[in-house]
Design a protein around this ligand. Structure first.
Ligand code: NAP
Length: 295
């Protein structure tokens, strides 16, 4: 089935989609369908498992009548940049699209709402971390959005990408050179990053390490490197057990650091997509209530 094809006679008048593989675990349908329902919109959000070969047709089908747009997830965020008509400057610099909207003239706009999503929960802490050094674990798609967000707001004195494949980190640095006007980006391996972690005001986990069910592991098990005055931000959503915190965040908080989990980012990036598609603010209370019943 292409994304725009109606399946039933009682179809909603508007549709939005998630294209990715896998998608079965995704919380995005819970979030967006709760928001549509709370606002009384005749719309539905559907997760579609799409192979790389089927992505061009799936994106093209967003031009069908009644389609609001789509979210794009692993492994298609980079490929989607070449399939839309226009890119926002941030999506272009990051090199990844997580949201496609349909403009009034019918053109498809690729955006990256992970930037706004990442910034939402640290906005109130920006003053304490601004101008200091920061470190990001991982060099994949989410790390790119985090890098862009930090370079354009926090203006860190140094931003270190910690990766197990240094070539991936170096590629990220080359691609984000446009946003890195003052050349603060650098890279290192995990086993060489101890001092960098201790000296950083902000530490971000942008790897999947610690994700349920592997929630006994941490991307930074040397927890004594954390201390008061640091912000530790784990993009991984909280697992169902362990007081809804990842091991990384539990250990960071025990050492006096401020811990931020990935759920707030998940909701905020969805809210930015929802606004692009509907022009409406996402009803966050209804969304949080729907999510709480899934955990
Ligand atoms: P990705 O593109 O696959 O990148 C993952 C990065 O983590 C890569 O650099 C990868 O390196 C590294 N990595 C994976 N396993 C590792 C390990 N055991 N040790 C060290 N590094 C490892 O994935 P992504 O889209 O960036 O997502 C990363 C995480 O962020 C996921 O858990 C995702 O759910 C989460 N996320 C959360 C939100 C939110 O709203 N909260 C939004 C986006 C992403 P290799 O390439 O060498 O494997």
């Amino acid at each position: 089935m292409s994304a725009g094809t109606r399946e039933r006679v009682d179809e909603p008048s508007h549709l939005a989609f998630l294209f990715g593989d896998p998608v079965a675990h995704s919380l995005s349908p819970v979030i967006h369908n709760a928001a549509f329902s709370a606002l009384g919109l005749d719309a539905e959000y559907r997760a579609m498992k799409i192979s790389p070969g089927d992505l061009p047709e799936a994106v093209s089908s967003l031009r069908s009548e009644g389609v609001l747009g789509a979210n794009i997830t692993i492994p298609h965020k980079e490929a989607a940049t070449a399939l839309v008509d226009d890119l926002t400057p941030r999506a272009k610099t990051i090199g990844a699209v997580n949201t496609i909207g349909v403009k009034e003239d019918g053109r498809l706009l690729g955006d990256n709402t992970d930037v706004a999503g990442f910034l939402a929960p640290i906005g109130s802490h920006m003053e304490s971390i601004s101008g200091g050094s920061a470190v990001i674990f991982g060099a994949g798609g989410a790390a790119r959005a985090v890098c862009y967000a930090l370079l354009t707001t926090m203006r860190p004195s140094r931003l270190t990408i910690v990766a197990r494949r240094i070539g991936q980190a170096e590629q990220l640095i080359a691609d984000l050179a446009m946003a890195d006007g003052s050349g603060v980006l650098c890279s290192t391996f995990f086993d060489e990053a101890g001092r960098t972690v201790r000296d950083s005001r902000l530490i971000v986990n942008a790897t999947p390490v610690g994700m349920h069910p592997a929630d006994a592991v941490s991307p930074w098990p040397a927890f004594s490197d954390f201390h008061d005055g640091q912000v530790v931000y784990d993009l991984v959503y909280a697992p169902a057990q362990n007081d809804k915190q990842t091991r990384l965040l539990r250990e960071a908080a025990d050492q006096g650091a401020l811990a931020i989990g990935g759920m707030a980012m998940l909701i905020a990036q969805a809210a930015a997509s929802f606004k692009l598609w509907t022009g409406r603010e996402m009803p966050l209370d209804a969304v949080r209530k729907a999510l709480s019943s899934t955990f």
